[in-house]
Design a protein around this ligand. Structure first.
Ligand code: NAD
Length: 256
């Protein structure tokens, strides 16, 4: 038996990077996975790779900033797999710009993906999960949702801090103490993980790359699988006592 055998999971931003690794691991552990992303070709390829490995996965084109898109993805998931057990709100974007140079349009664009997307996903997942008796929602925040960073990422930090506290409020709202939906909600806070998002940042600035590497006391930068394992735990029933909590996987970055 896999650790998430028989569960249905939607993972946003799953075409590549962390979301792809999460999709592959959850499928390997028995979940039926909905690979959701705006990147159609890469998303289809991720789902296809999972099926080639013997897992169950479908791709759905999905923009997390659109409420209609959420209704469609949850509707299609329910008609394909019958229920929703796990939602991983993973899609996110980054901008590196001084506050003084950031336009309101850029700020709002980032918030719409990183924060509106998490709100909309949580809203629609709660509606689906409370019907079928419960579930687990995992919100991918960041170390930058816990501490500020001196690298011109204030909008990103604000969005990820919002995800962190939204998660705690949602967890309490869904708990027995409040509405008793049997839905757990937790946040995950990765340090720097080598994905396209970070490769782009490092490619332009050797100093920045060295700074990122030296900010991890453990001595190396993480890989997507390092984050996928904590998501697997939170998706599974092994984490039944965990809700409203923040899971920091950062090689010791925020320990001091
Ligand atoms: P990535 O850029 O490699 O992947 C992000 C995915 O999100 C892409 O496939 C992209 O197409 C998708 N996406 C973007 N906008 C979307 C939208 N509107 N609707 C649906 N999908 C959309 O990034 P990643 O490094 O894999 O990051 C995944 C998550 O982890 C993000 O939320 C990011 O902020 C967070 N995170 C990453 C790191 C890191 O070091 N890589 C560290 C901390 C947190």
């Amino acid at each position: 038996m896999g650790r998430v055998e028989g569960k249905t999971a939607i993972i946003t931003g799953a075409a590549r990077g962390l979301g792809k690794a999460m999709s592959q691991l959850l499928a390997k552990e028995g979940a039926r996975v909905v690979v959701a992303d705006i990147l159609e070709d890469a998303g289809r390829e991720t789902a296809e790779e999972i099926r080639r490995e013997g897992g169950r996965a479908i791709f759905l084109g999905h923009d997390v900033t659109s409420e209609d898109s959420w209704s469609e993805v949850i509707g299609k998931t329910l008609s394909e797999f019958g229920k929703l057990d796990v939602l991983v709100n993973n899609a996110g974007i980054q901008i590196i710009k001084e506050i003084a140079d950031t336009t309101l349009e850029e700020w709002r664009r980032l918030m719409s993906v990183n924060l509106d997307g998490v709100f909309l996903g949580t809203k629609h997942a709660i509606r689906a999960m409370r019907e079928s008796g419960g579930g687990s929602i995992v919100n991918i925040s960041s170390v930058a949702g816990i501490i500020g960073t001196a690298d011109d990422t204030a909008a990103y930090v604000a969005s990820k801090g919002g995800v962190r506290l939204f998660t705690k409020a949602a967890a309490l709202e869904c708990s027995k103490l409040c509405h008793d939906y049997n839905i757990r909600v937790n946040s995950v806070h990765p340090g720097v993980i080598k994905t396209d998002m970070v490769a782009g940042m490092m490619a332009h600035d050797e100093e920045f790359k060295k700074k990122l590497e030296s900010s991890h006391p453990i001595g190396f930068l993480g890989q997507p699988i390092d984050i996928a394992y904590i998501v697997l735990y939170l998706a599974s029933d092994e984490s039944r006592l965990a809700t409203g909590a923040e899971f920091v996987i950062d090689g010791g970055w925020t320990a001091s």
